[in-house]
Design a protein around this ligand. Structure first.
Ligand SMILES: NC(=O)c1ccc[n+]([C@@H]2O[C@H](COP(=O)([O-])OP(=O)(O)OC[C@H]3O[C@@H](n4cnc5c(N)ncnc54)[C@H](O)[C@@H]3O)[C@@H](O)[C@H]2O)c1
Ligand SMILES: O=C(O)C[C@H](O)C(=O)O
Length: 379
């Protein structure tokens, strides 16, 4: 077992201002905290939260771990212990990340466990950010990618089941994120499926920013944009329910403010769907800092709660809402309170959006069937 353990004294004091923490500056409220802190295996006597980041030597993690350590994810009063996992060939790079975490001197970072051993990484964790995945190589088919990742997320699902807190909150980022989350969930029979999610918040943030730019308002004034379905080209960005606030007295539906149905249907939707590919084409690398920011937004809202009247998009375990087959990991509009999400009910779905929902559902069902067929093969 190779691992480096870094201990940093937790000196309470000044926390630098956080760019993404615009709403709540408190530590986790007591109910959310109880939900995630009831692990009988958790031997941590302090109130620090044990947070696992996989793919910790990769690009997203290189932004993400510093954001967590600085308090942007769980608030400026919540100490954390970071568990960092990567594969053996990345050991040296991982050691470098640990050195930089030490040098960043964040008072909330109590200690770091950096390891290439799955059991060490998953033991006692209360939050699992599963970022590491096998990347698609030249000439690799989607099916081949899914197969490699099924094996990774099968192992990590089993590890969650055996070693993590019984209330661990899981966010899968590594692609194909929805189906990787489903794979992990199928291997974790002792954990509630409601504790598994996949990231579509980056798509929501992209959609909100595009609307803000189109109508000339700050992104903070754009609310309730929805991403439905898969984090893939079939995702469905939907502004039917979205509205703008420029002051508390003025609320305008996005469709009224944009006043251009052709742009919404033929420009906005494909641009959001293709934004990840556009970033890859420009950077020759996939989005990283914006993905880390979205991971912070997703977990912060899940654990600290969404604002009254606002919803966010999370890919979660379908309960059959909106006729989405039960058991798919599907992006829905949700609200979060006390560390639990609930799907927003009763939204009117237009024929145009319904047609797109059917397409993304079909793709997720196909991915699920393929993943299950790989899972049924012997290891
Ligand atoms: N859902 C989203 O919105 C979204 C957005 C951006 C990127 N992504 C995905 O996130 C993933 C990570 O992106 P990145 O840019 O950080 O990639 P990266 O290649 O820079 O880093 C991935 C890291 O994961 C590690 N890894 C591979 N297998 C592992 C395993 N079994 N256990 C632990 N670590 C393992 C690799 O060694 C590498 O260090 C990719 O799959 C990418 O497609 C998703
Ligand atoms: O890594 C990718 O394929 C793209 C990524 O999921 C993104 O949306 O930026």
């Amino acid at each position: 077992m190779e691992q480096a353990i870094l201990r940093i004294n937790n000196i309470s004091g000044h926390i630098s201002k956080c760019p993404v923490m615009h709403k709540k500056a408190s530590a986790l409220n007591s109910k959310a905290w109880t939900l995630i802190n009831t692990n009988p295996m958790n031997t941590n006597k302090s109130s620090a939260l044990r947070v696992l980041v996989t793919g910790a030597a990769g690009q997203i993690a290189y932004s993400l771990v510093f954001m967590i350590a600085s308090g942007q994810m769980f608030g400026p009063h919540q100490p954390v212990v970071l568990h960092l996992l990567d594969i053996p060939k990345m050991q040296e790079a991982l050691n470098g990340v640990v050195m930089e975490l030490q040098d960043a001197a964040h008072p909330l970072l109590q200690s770091v466990i950096a390891t290439t051993d799955v059991r060490t990484a998953f033991t006692g964790i209360q939050v699992a950010l599963l970022v590491g995945a096998f990347p698609r190589g030249p000439g690799m088919q989607r099916k081949d990618l899914l197969k490699v990742n099924v094996n990774i997320f099968r192992e990590q699902g089993e590890a969650l089941n055996k070693y993590a807190s019984r209330n661990v909150k899981v966010l899968v980022v590594g692609n194909p994120a929805n189906t990787n989350a489903l794979t992990a969930l199928t291997q974790a029979a002792d954990l509630p499926p409601q504790n598994f999610s996949a990231l579509t918040r980056l798509d929501q943030n992209r959609a909100q920013a595009m609307i803000g730019e189109k109508v000339g308002v700050n992104v903070n004034d754009v609310h309730n944009v929805i991403i439905w379905g898969n984090h893939s080209l079939t995702q469905v960005p939907d502004v039917t329910q979205a509205f703008l606030t420029q002051s508390y007295s003025q609320v305008t539906p996005v469709v009224t403010a944009v006043n251009d149905d052709k742009w919404l249907k033929e420009s906005f939707i494909p641009q959001v769907q293709n934004r990840g590919a556009a970033v890859i084409a420009a950077r020759k690398l996939s989005s990283a800092a914006s993905a880390a920011t979205a991971i912070v937004c997703h977990m912060r809202d899940w654990l600290l709660g969404t604002k009254d009247g606002e919803y966010v998009s999370m890919a979660v375990y379908s309960d059959g809402s909106y006729n989405v087959p039960k058991g798919l990991i599907y992006s829905f509009p949700v609200t979060c309170h006390n560390g639990e999400w609930s799907i927003v009910q009763g939204l009117k779905i237009s024929d145009f959006i319904q047609d797109k929902l059917n397409q993304t559902t079909k793709e997720l069902q196909e991915e699920k069937d393929l993943a299950l067929s790989f899972l049924s093969e012997k290891k």
